[in-house]
Every structure is written in C-alpha cells, then in structure tokens.
Ligand binder design. Structure first.
Ligand code: GLU
Length: 448
C-alpha cells in the first residue's frame, strides 16, 4: 500500500516552526516510501480562516521545497461530511445535546470539586424525542456529540510513543458539530483521512487524546484507522514552551538570512539524537529519516544552532542557486562563480557576500604599517607587477617573497592580507587575488 501522509493546517494564521516541522516530517515520511504528501487546508471554521493565510501556507511550503502531491480543502467537502454524518446518526453514534458552555463549565467544576475527572456525563443521551421536539419548538438547536463505545478499549501502536491504551469511559464524548451546523475539526478530519487514503497521521502530541476518539470514529465509519505517530512538542533553547516559537515563521527566518535548506536540515533531525546533516537536497534526508529515532522528550529549537547550520549550507550552495542574491556587478563581471566560491567559506549568510565584494572592488583603507613592513610591501608590489597572473598568483607572490626576504608564516602573509583587504582575516587570499586583479594588487601594495 502506498504511503499517503498529509499536512493539515488550519488557515487561521501563519505557519510557525512547529507547523513547519510537522509538514516536513510528513513530507519526508512520504518521500522515504515513494508515497504521496498531501496538503489539506482545514478551513471548516469560516470565521477564523482567511484566504491570505492559505496563500501564505502554499508560499511557505514552496519556499521550503515541500511541494505537495495534491491539495484539498475542507470547505469544498461539506457534502461528504453531510453523508457520513447522516450515516453515523442513523447508526446511533451521534447524539444531540443542548448544554451551554456555562452549564458544561459548571458541571466540570462540580466534578473536579468532588475529585472526579471532568468527563461529560451524557445527560443529553437520556432525552426523548418529545424532549427534542420541545427544544426545537423553543428554538433551541442541538450540537452533536460522538458516542464513544465504552465497551471497546482504544489501543494503537504509536510510531513515536509506542503502544498506547485509552479507556473510552475516561474520555468525554467529543462535540463534532456546533448548533449552527458548523464542523469541529475531529470528524471531518477522520472522514477525509479515510477518503484520501491517508495511511500515516503524523502530528503533535497535543493531538494524542483526539487520536483516541478518532480511532473510534474511523471504526464507526467502517474504516481501518491509519498508523499514528505523535511528536514531542517543540521548546525554545531555554527548554520552555516559548511564545517566540509560536510566532517564528518563514518570513522572519528568511529576513534573518536563513536558507530553506538550513531550516529543513535542522528540523529534519530535531527531536532525534541524529546529527544534523546539512544536505542541500531535502529528498536525500528522507532515506535516513526514522520515526523510531524520535524521543518523547521535548525537542529543543535553538536559533543559534540554526545559524550554524545555515553557515554549513551556505558553504555548499552552488553559484547558480545564489546568483540572484549577489551584488549585480559581482555576477555580471564573468568571475561571479570564482568570487562566490572564494568568498563562500567565510559566510554565515549569503548577504555577507556583498561585504567581501566591496573588499575585492575597493577602495580599502589598510592600517598604518611600520617602516620595515612598508619596505616589505613595496617589494611585494614590485614582485606582483612582474608575475604571470594567469597561474596561481598568490602562491607565486608569497613563494617569491619568502625566498627573497626570508619571512615566513604570519610575517610573510599578514601584512599582505592587511594591505590588500584592510582586514586580519577573511577568505583564502589565493581565491581573492585573481578577483582583485593584478593592477589593483600592485596599487594596494604600493600604496600601503
Ligand atoms: N487542523 C488540525 C490542526 O491544525 C489538524 C490536525 C491533524 O493533523 O489532524 O491542529
């Protein structure tokens, strides 16, 4: 059976790192098995859903390279829910209730006060047809609950948490439909998972108790439940649930110079003890993706680590992938690729290339040198002027200077770097020198 996974965001806000991790893991799971990854827009809540969030979700997935193999949206599937609803009503698995939020709240308080778990007491189940007719006559519309079968213990083998067991009598019958006819998320989700042939539901551990109820919904719908796996929550580097993580999304990370490949590489491993593998190709991460490696402890998202992974990614990015982000003059000059490859090992973020490009183009303002060093640099200018520039000029220049001056190590290299770049460290001079060019090299050395 082909693996089918889905990412099912509600378009009521922007994706944050936690959602992105869920999307990525579903994508990886599908890729790993040559299966399909679906995007399902859970927009049954018309009041809170907004079209611009749907567009943003698609755009964010596109930026991350997690293109879905299909897209569905719940607001276009109400007929399907209506049919399943009618079947479940006929089968006696859905029942009408009228309690207000305040009444339910009071019941819960009383139960808690008596040391009892706050489980819905099913009092509406006792209503007769005459009672319902009276409610209807009074203009009181019902909401609907799913009747959990207390005789069927709920078990599943969770892909991350291992064997799970729930006593349905310890759960409230979930409300699946509001009095205004609108749907809560649980039942449409189960109906869709069946209809879309979803084989694996991978989501956050905040859904564990929903899964318990949904397993009975699948059975009531006449379907075999999919495999379930629940990931530990994401926490900040300080180990706590952080507000920042709940709002940190693609836009902010992109503005901070984070490349999609870095976010993908880090999130692919977050929650496992596997080392981060800064691969450029997300599909290559799929082979080693293993739900069994995920632990139950909260997964720490450390922004400093993300920037380190970003540097490792930038060091691997080919010129073609970054050309549009580099200074136009650097790309147009014909030596863009050589410049990029020379500069890249020094970058944590692509936009820093512009700083090195300014160093290459000049003018630079080197420090003041002492007389002896000035003499050395004058000599260097003379040697540079006579070199065959087409063949490894830095090796030729330093080789000749070493032989003629007896300088070595720092004394040989540092004044040259300082005179040519005005800095003490930076990209490999062997890469920079051809980019600075012979005339300019001679000029900078002579001027120092
Ligand atoms: N729309 C639900 C959510 O965002 C989907 C949960 C699920 O994956 O089933 O929480």
């Amino acid at each position: 059976m082909t693996t089918v996974t889905r990412f099912a965001p509600s378009p009521t806000g922007m994706l944050h790192v936690g959602n992105i991790r869920t999307a990525l893991h579903n994508w990886l799971l599908a890729k790993q098995h040559g299966g399909r990854f679906l995007l399902r827009i859970d927009d049954t809540d018309a009041a809170r859903s907004a079209e611009h969030f749907v567009d943003a979700i698609r755009a964010d997935l596109g930026w991350l390279g997690l293109d879905p193999d299909g897209e569905e949206r719940q607001s276009l599937r109400f007929d399907l829910y209506e049919t399943a609803f009618a079947r479940l009503v006929a089968a006696g698995r859905l029942y009408r209730c009228y309690e207000t939020a305040q009444e339910l709240d009071l019941k819960r308080k009383v139960q808690l006060g008596r040391g009892l778990p706050p489980i819905y007491d099913r009092s509406s189940l006792a209503l007769t047809e005459a009672d319902h007719a009276a409610k209807a006559a009074a203009g009181d519309a019902p909401h609907w609950r799913f009747l959990l079968d207390h005789a069927q213990p709920i078990t599943w083998d969770d892909g991350i948490r291992g064997p799970q067991q729930f006593d349905p009598a310890q759960l409230s019958d979930p409300v699946v439909r509001r009095a205004d006819g609108s749907w809560l998320y649980m039942l449409p989700s189960a109906i869709d998972d069946v209809a879309m042939g979803v084989t694996d539901v991978l989501r956050g551990e905040d859904h564990v108790s929903n899964t318990a109820s949904q397993i009975q919904m699948f059975t009531a719908l006449g379907a075999k439940p999919p495999r379930f796996a629940h990931e530990a929550l994401l926490v900040g580097s300080e180990g706590k649930l952080s507000k920042r993580l709940g709002s940190l999304g693609v836009a902010e990370l992109r503005d901070a110079g984070i490349e999609p490949e870095a976010l993908v590489a880090l999130l692919a491993r977050l929650g496992t003890s596997d080392p981060v593998d800064p691969k450029l190709d997300a599909a290559a991460l799929a082979d080693s993706f293993d739900l069994g490696h995920f632990g139950r402890a909260p997964a720490r998202f450390d922004e400093a680590e993300l920037h380190r992974v970003n540097a490792a990614i930038v060091h691997r990015l080919p010129f073609a992938r970054v050309a549009h982000k580099l200074p136009a003059e650097m790309v147009a000059g014909g030596f863009g690729e050589a410049a990029w490859e020379g500069i890249r090992p020094n970058l944590a973020h692509i936009d820093e290339a512009a700083d090195w490009w300014r160093v290459i183009r000049g003018p630079v303002t080197p420090p003041a040198f002492d007389t002896e060093t000035q003499g050395y640099l004058t000599k260097a200018a003379q040697v540079a002027a006579t070199l065959d520039w087409s063949d490894a000029p830095w090796a030729a220049l330093t080789g000749a200077l070493k032989a003629s001056t007896g300088r070595k190590g720092k004394g040989l290299f540092l004044p040259l770097r300082q005179a040519l770049t005005a800095l003490d460290h930076g990209p490999d001079m062997a890469a920079l020198l051809p980019l600075i060019g012979q005339d300019e090299t001679v000029r900078r050395l002579a001027a120092a």
